[in-house]
Write a protein that binds this ligand. Structure first.
Ligand SMILES: NC(=O)c1ccc[n+]([C@@H]2O[C@H](COP(=O)([O-])OP(=O)(O)OC[C@H]3O[C@@H](n4cnc5c(N)ncnc54)[C@H](OP(=O)(O)O)[C@@H]3O)[C@@H](O)[C@H]2O)c1
Length: 445
């Protein structure tokens, strides 16, 4: 591993070619024999620091159409929180099911799960049949794993019946020194970013792109008023950028003055601090309070000078969904990709059908959408929202921060990268300097 790292740090793109692939590597895992460890606890009390371990694991054999990547940096997504607290289900069920598919996928069904759905790094080796990528290429990987043997996914790769999220529903994820991906997950790393910055946007950036911009999601247009929940969080920090880039008007919901300040620095003018304004959409566990929806809607109209919401960027789920449906304009759209606070949603259907609203389910992004989202990063039109990084051995702390909503934007993890700040191409320094303020907007806040 030392040789690989030296080769990457030498700055010679091809220096890793021909190096022996280590038989073992260090990866962040959950262990199958611990999947019942949190039984009986409340979600909040399930602690990722107890279930995520940095273990030495065997390097998987490289199959056709695959690539082994030396991972310089990764980032924590909420899916790693879900895996680490074994909710809503243990991810070992996904690995078992995937393992039954064919001889090659059997490798994924192991008593440990190497997690992580983002990476930046250098291609170490490619399997038979890979021509687009070679050892030494600097890459990021999107997390869509598909087989494409059935017709359903041929227009929109997210529709593949064998669609999986790499590092969540498959093994050998990015929170590790090495990762195994299908070569068609690879995309070029933006040369003006450090390893940790490049690894941060991946999953959430592509997800926000589909959910809001793509015709498969909200199909946002200029002038649309968009309600963004968690606007300084992982998804929200990209959604806010997309609304501003696309000529829309974001109404950003956050939960502290510090978060309000960050979204203002991104350029958002209409901000709601949900904690300060004390919205309580539920009177008790089973009863919502429509007066609180009305108070929220009134506040939105006050900020927008009378406009209602064209698109809601939803992901908190149960706690906010009733309010989201209520505040959406006649003919407007609620796009949802998650249910962080609970997946059994409740809303008043009268406001929905009488006003001809639409609810659009969205999940990650197809190949093309992922490329488009990555291209915008490379063009400096969307920026990483990295707030801090942890070393690989402290991934549990990083996941704990995200689980407890103690973080801003994205939390990064240094894998092989020995320190922050490495990986910027010399020829991209000037371009970087032009965007430095935006790149650092979330740092250390
Ligand atoms: N389907 C997909 O492809 C996909 C992709 C990415 C993420 N997700 C899911 O989307 C969710 C969010 O992911 P993320 O990366 O954005 O997480 P994150 O970084 O934790 O950000 C979520 C933000 O939502 C807000 N929030 C949390 N609970 C809330 C509640 N009860 N009411 C209102 N706002 C609440 C918080 O902001 P404030 O406290 O500032 O309001 C938080 O910062 C997770 O459940 C994740 O698994 C799904």
């Amino acid at each position: 591993m030392k040789q690989i790292l030296e080769a990457v740090l030498s700055g010679e793109p091809g220096a890793v070619a021909g190096l022996a692939v280590p038989e073992h590597y260090r990866g962040v895992v959950v262990r199958k024999d611990e999947q019942a460890m949190f039984e009986g606890l409340e979600s909040r009390d399930k602690d990722p620091r107890k279930s995520l371990h940095l273990d030495e694991v065997a390097t998987p054999e490289l199959g056709p159409g695959e690539a082994l990547v030396a991972v310089m940096a990764s980032s924590v997504n909420f899916n790693t929180v879900w895996t680490s607290i074994f909710e809503p289900v243990s991810t070992f069920g996904f690995l078992e099911r995937y393992g039954r598919l064919n001889d090659l996928t059997r490798r994924h069904d192991l008593p440990y799960h190497v997690v992580g759905s983002d990476l930046s790094g250098v291609v170490l080796q490619v399997g038979p049949g890979v021509s687009r990528w070679k050892a030494g290429d600097q890459v990021v990987a999107h997390c869509l794993s598909v087989e494409l043997e059935d017709p359903q996914g041929h227009d929109d790769t997210m529709m593949d019946p064998q669609q999986r999220i790499w590092g969540f529903e498959t093994n050998f994820g990015g929170l590790a020194e090495l990762a195994l991906v299908k070569s068609n997950q690879l995309m070029p790393k933006a040369p003006h970013l450090t390893w940790e910055e490049a690894a941060a946007p991946g999953l959430v950036n592509s997800t926000a792109y589909r959910q809001l911009v793509s015709k498969n999601g909200g199909a946002m247009k200029q002038g649309d008023t968009v309600l963004v929940w968690g606007a300084s969080g992982g998804l929200g920090s990209y959604a806010t950028q997309y609304v501003l880039n696309g000529g829309g008007i974001p109404v950003c919901v956050v939960s502290s003055p510090e978060k309000a300040e960050i979204v203002r620095r991104m350029g958002a003018e209409l901000v709601i601090d949900r904690s300060a304004e004390g919205y309580r959409f539920w009177k008790d566990e089973n009863t919502q309070d429509p007066r609180e929806w009305q108070r929220f809607g009134k506040r939105i109209r006050e900020l927008t000078r009378g406009d209602d919401i064209d698109i809601v960027f939803e992901h908190p789920g149960r706690e906010t969904f009733g309010a989201s449906v209520y505040v959406t304009k006649k003919g407007g759209t609620i796009t949802t990709c998650a249910s962080t606070s609970g997946y059994l949603h409740q809303y008043d259907n009268r406001y929905f059908w009488m006003n001809l609203k639409r609810i659009v389910g969205s999940h990650f992004a197809n190949y093309r959408e992922s490329w488009e989202a990555n291209r915008l990063i490379a063009k400096g039109l969307i920026h990483p929202t990295l707030s801090r990084t942890y070393p690989l051995a402290r991934t549990g702390d990083a996941a704990y921060d995200v689980h407890r909503n103690l973080h801003q934007g994205k939390v990064g993890v240094l894998c092989l990268a020995p320190e922050e700040g490495l990986g910027v191409a010399p020829e991209a320094q000037e371009f970087r300097a032009r965007h430095l303020e935006a790149i650092n907007r979330f740092r250390d806040v």
